[in-house]
Design a protein around this ligand. Structure first.
Ligand code: ATP
Ligand code: MG
Length: 419
């Protein structure tokens, strides 16, 4: 049987079920058995074709959210404008989306309650066209294990290039986050951004200011905590997007090469931890990025006559507040950032009881790591950093010997009674 040329049969591509998680397969099969079309799509297919091992799987189907919901007890419908279904398997989650019509304007123009189903849902081809890059619009069909390619994604993958579907400028205007996705995916996958896809970014970068700060928090996490943080940071700098995400930080980088070195060390460290499958806290890097802004703010207050400690603590809120206008930092992470910063003032004071309370502080480890990174850029901090390196792992006796000897109180001299 001949196939239309956008369908690549199972023997002619490298997507195999072995690379797809059991949970994603379960979802695909159940949808298919119930008579719906079911495709793996997006990063999952793309990464397998590139020889990587994806962890995240997105599924597209012609079943409506309500129909999907009925098939999976462990599922919930999310989103208002465009509903998606999240199917939960313990800590794992599979996102299932109904094929979506490509004309986003239909959705934007209709007032919320009035969206007509036909406007929102479409067929697979329309669904492909409203995705961002061609390499993200490849569909793996669970029914016959073929790959559907409506936008030339396979050719682009072979050329190792990232190309926007449709007119790049229009697509960035529709959703400016696509600019960040272009940089992130090109860096992550080592793809070249095709010239027409790259060109409009310099001009359109200011559009990022209109993106809700909460959405940029999610994007920040993906950009910096996916194992290629340093490369992404540099690419963002190169394409002048960093200043839209961390404006104060970016501004200070020019004046303080040490600060740039500090950020880069932190990113190298984060990438290394992720490569070793260790956890990373998204608060840590924000604390790093805002360290120089915090110091500058505190010094400004100090010149107005506030003492340094007060200025430092007052500046924390100011700096976090300013940054949150661009990237919304969830409260619990804001608290961690403050703890890491506050401990920077306490760590150099190594006296008596204070040392033990610092050691037991839930953020000690993060604050210590932060100090070690600072010491890399500033030799005057090395002694304190080394002291803590030794102290935290030492046995009790050594620890006691490292602390300053407590001075015996001199017995108070009795005042001579006046005669
Ligand atoms: P990764 O999971 O590796 O970060 P991904 O491409 O899978 O990359 P997701 O955010 O999981 O990224 O999105 C899944 C798919 O949804 C994408 O591959 C793409 O087809 C589509 N998509 C995501 N964001 C957008 C967007 N802003 N505009 C258009 N399509 C998008
Ligand atoms: Mg994905």
């Amino acid at each position: 049987m001949t196939q239309p040329n956008h369908i690549i049969t199972r023997d002619n591509h490298t997507v195999s079920r072995k690379e797809i998680s059991d949970n994603a397969l379960k979802v695909l099969y159940r949808l298919s058995k119930a008579g719906y079309e079911a495709f793996l799509v997006g990063g999952g297919v793309r990464d397998i074709l590139l020889g990587l091992h994806p962890k995240d799987f997105d599924i597209a189907t012609n079943a409506t959210p309500e129909q999907i919901r009925k098939l999976f007890r462990n599922s919930r419908i999310i989103g208002r404008r465009f509903k998606l279904v999240h199917i939960l398997f313990g800590r794992d989650m599979i996102e299932v989306a109904t094929f979506r019509a490509h004309c986003d304007q239909n959705i934007e123009q209709a007032s919320e309650g009035m969206i007509i189903r036909d406007n929102v849902y479409g067929d697979i081809e329309e669904d492909a066209e409203r995705r961002d890059f061609t390499v993200n619009a490849l569909y793996y069909n669970i029914k016959d294990f073929s790959v559907h390619d409506y936008c030339g994604g396979l050719t682009d993958l072979r050329k190792r290039q990232l190309r926007m579907i449709g007119d790049a400028e229009t697509r960035y205007r529709e959703d400016p986050v696509r600019m960040l996705r272009a940089i992130r995916l090109a860096t992550k996958l080592d793809l070249t951004i095709e010239p027409n896809t790259l060109d409009p970014i310099a001009k359109l970068a200011p559009l990022l200011e209109q993106v809700p700060a909460a959405r940029l928090w999610e994007e920040y996490r993906k950009m910096f905590l996916s194992g290629k943080g340093l490369a992404t940071f540099k690419a963002l700098q190169q394409h002048e997007l960093l200043q839209k995400l961390f404006p104060v930080t970016e501004h200070l980088l020019h004046e303080h090469p040490d600060f740039e070195a500090f950020i880069e060390s932190a990113l190298i460290n984060t990438d290394k931890r992720l490569a070793e499958d260790k956890t990373v806290n998204p608060a840590f890097l924000i604390a790093v990025m805002l360290w120089q802004p915090l110091l500058e703010q505190a010094h400004r207050m100090e010149t107005k006559g506030v003492n340094f400690n007060d200025a430092f603590f007052k500046s924390m809120g100011k700096v976090l507040g300013k940054q949150s206008q661009h990237i919304a930092i969830p409260r619990r992470y804001g608290l961690i950032i403050r703890d890491i910063w506050a401990l920077q003032l306490r760590l150099p004071q190594r006296r008596g009881k204070k040392v033990w309370s610092i050691l037991e502080h839930p953020r000690f480890r993060a604050a210590y790591d932060f100090l070690v990174l600072r010491a890399e850029a500033d030799p005057s901090l090395r002694e304190v950093a080394d002291w803590w390196t030794k102290f935290q792992d030492a046995d009790k006796d050594t620890q006691r010997s490292m602390l300053p000897k407590r001075k015996r109180r001199q017995p108070k001299r009795r005042k001579k009674p006046k005669n």
